[in-house]
Ligand binder design. Structure first.
Ligand SMILES: Cc1cc2nc3c(=O)[nH]c(=O)nc-3n(C[C@H](O)[C@H](O)[C@H](O)COP(=O)(O)O)c2cc1C
Length: 139
């Protein structure tokens, strides 16, 4: 059974690009081995992440991530059974261009990146849009 778990959390301190790279490197390595894919965003000290894959694997990975001392106040936004992953192309996608992120937020009618204020549908739409952006940048 495949699931998608989306959560947000607050970084314990401001993350540098090197910090994000470190997280992405681990995520991409481990997620490829585990058959997990997803999308991570980080801005204004918030993380928003979707994880997709086999149910047991995603559940275990989430517990591991939630325990990570780099963030706190981890809140699940949605948890759903899915027929197919939305983020199949990314072991863990990420977009670092703040201007692009601001544009996507504006398209969703949001002024800034504030995951607690996002509905589950908005959170997913935002992560999907990031994925499409990465896709077109890579093409
Ligand atoms: C916001 C955030 C997102 C993370 N996402 C992932 C992920 O998708 N996959 C992963 O394996 N680790 C992720 N990590 C790292 C894990 O918490 C943990 O450090 C890692 O699984 C340990 O792997 P290792 O034992 O191979 O070093 C994330 C950490 C943070 C702070």
């Amino acid at each position: 059974m495949l699931v998608r778990l989306t959560y947000f959390s607050r970084a314990l301190r401001a993350m540098s690009l090197a910090d994000i790279r470190d997280i992405l490197q681990t995520a991409r390595r481990n997620n490829a081995d585990r058959g997990v894919c997803g999308m991570l965003s980080y801005a204004s000290d918030w993380f928003l992440q979707a994880l997709e894959g086999p149910r047991e694997v995603v559940n275990d990975l989430f517990l591991e991530i939630a325990d990570d001392p780099r963030h706190q106040d981890v809140i699940i936004v949605s948890y759903e059974v899915i027929a197919e992953p939305l983020f199949a192309d990314w072991q863990m996608g990420y977009v670092s261009d703040a201007g692009e992120v601001a544009r996507l937020l504006a398209e969703l009618g949001l002024q800034h990146f504030d995951p607690p204020a996002m509905s589950p549908a908005q959170a997913l739409a935002f992560l999907r849009a990031l994925g499409e952006l990465e896709h077109s940048a890579a093409a």
